[in-house]
Design a protein around this ligand. Structure first.
Ligand SMILES: Nc1ncnc2c1ncn2[C@@H]1O[C@H](COP(=O)(O)OP(=O)(O)OP(=O)(O)O)[C@@H](O)[C@H]1O
Length: 255
C-alpha cells in the first residue's frame, strides 16, 4: 500500500450562516491523480483553499506527507504547488522572469531556476512568449504560466482549481501529458473540475462533493459504477434545475 500524500480529517468551514464545508474526510495516496468534482457552490474552492493553507478551517486537520498544513505551514507549503482558480500573477514580469522568480522564492539557485523555467515554458508552449509581460497574456496563457510557477520546485503534491478553464485543446493536451508524467514519477495531483470527460480520462480516483459533503469517493471505476462519470454525477447530485416554468417569455417571439 502506498503512503497517504493528502490526508483530510473532519474539515469544516462556515461563512456566516452558510456551511460551505461540512465534515470532509479524504485520504489520497501518493502517485494518485485525483479529481474533486461538484456543482457550483458545492465547496470545492473552499476545501482546496483550506488544504493549501490559504483559508483557516473552523475544524479539522490536513496533512501533506504527514506534515500538518496549519501547525507547520512553512513545512507543508514547501511540499505543495498550487494553481488557484483566480490566478494572480506578477503582471510586470515577463513569463520567463515569473517562473524564474517563483523558483528563486522556493530557494532554487538562479542558474537552475532559469534552466527549469525555460524547460517548463517550452513544454507549456509559452517559449515564443517568454519575453512578453504577463500583463499581456491571455487567460489560458496565464493558467499555463501559473502552472509552470507551481511546478518549478518539483512539489510532492500539486493542487489545481479548474486548471483547464480558458485553455485551448492543444495546450490542454500538453498540460494533461505534463501532469500525467508528474504523477507517474510518484507525485500527487488533486484538482477540481466541472469537466467530467476530463476527470474520467485522467483521474484514477475521484470524489464528488455536494453541499459541503463528500457524497461519493473511490477509484474512478468505483464511482462510475458502470455509468459515465457524467451520469454518475447527475444520479448522485440530482437534477435541481427548475424546468423553466415561469419563463414562458423566453424564446417566444411575442414581446
Ligand atoms: N468568502 C466567502 N464568504 C461567504 N461565502 C462564501 C465565501 N466563499 C465561499 N462562500 C460560499 O461557500 C459555498 C461554497 O463555495 P465554493 O467557492 O467553495 O464552491 P465551489 O464548489 O468552488 O463552486 P464553483 O464550482 O461555483 O466554483 C458557496 O455557497 C459560496 O457562496
Amino acid at each position: 500500500m502506498r503512503a497517504v500524500a493528502i490526508s483530510v480529517q473532519g474539515l469544516w468551514k462556515r461563512f456566516g450562516t452558510k456551511q460551505a464545508v461540512a465534515g470532509i474526510d479524504l485520504a489520497i495516496e501518493a502517485g494518485s491523480f485525483a479529481g474533486l468534482v461538484g456543482p457550483n457552490g458545492a465547496g470545492k474552492t473552499t476545501s482546496l483553499s483550506m488544504m493549501t493553507g490559504l483559508l483557516r478551517p473552523d475544524f479539522g486537520r490536513i496533512l501533506i506527507n504527514g506534515v500538518d498544513v496549519w501547525a507547520d505551514p512553512v513545512g507543508a507549503k514547501a511540499l505543495i504547488g498550487v494553481v488557484p482558480a483566480e490566478v494572480r500573477l506578477f503582471e510586470r514580469l515577463s513569463g520567463a522572469e515569473l517562473l524564474e522568480y517563483a523558483g528563486r522564492l522556493r530557494g532554487i539557485p538562479a542558474i537552475e531556476a532559469r534552466r527549469r523555467a525555460a524547460q517548463l515554458l517550452d513544454v507549456l508552449d509559452l517559449a515564443p512568449d517568454a519575453r512578453r509581460l504577463v500583463a499581456d497574456y491571455s487567460t489560458g496563457m496565464r493558467k499555463k504560466a501559473a502552472l509552470g510557477s507551481a511546478l518549478i520546485h518539483n512539489p510532492a503534491v500539486l493542487f489545481l482549481d479548474e486548471p483547464l478553464e480558458g485553455v485551448d485543446p492543444v495546450s490542454a493536451e500538453a498540460i494533461r501529458r505534463l501532469l500525467t508524467r508528474f504523477v507517474g514519477s510518484g507525485s500527487t495531483v488533486l484538482f477540481s473540475s466541472h469537466v467530467m470527460e476530463l476527470v474520467e480520462q485522467v483521474c484514477d480516483r475521484v470524489s464528488i462533493i455536494d453541499q459541503g459533503r463528500i457524497i461519493a469517493s473511490g477509484t474512478t471505476d468505483e464511482v462510475r459504477n458502470g455509468r459515465t462519470l457524467h451520469q454518475a454525477f447527475i444520479d448522485l447530485v440530482g437534477v435541481r434545475a427548475h424546468d423553466g416554468e415561469g419563463l414562458s417569455w423566453l424564446g417566444s417571439s411575442s414581446v
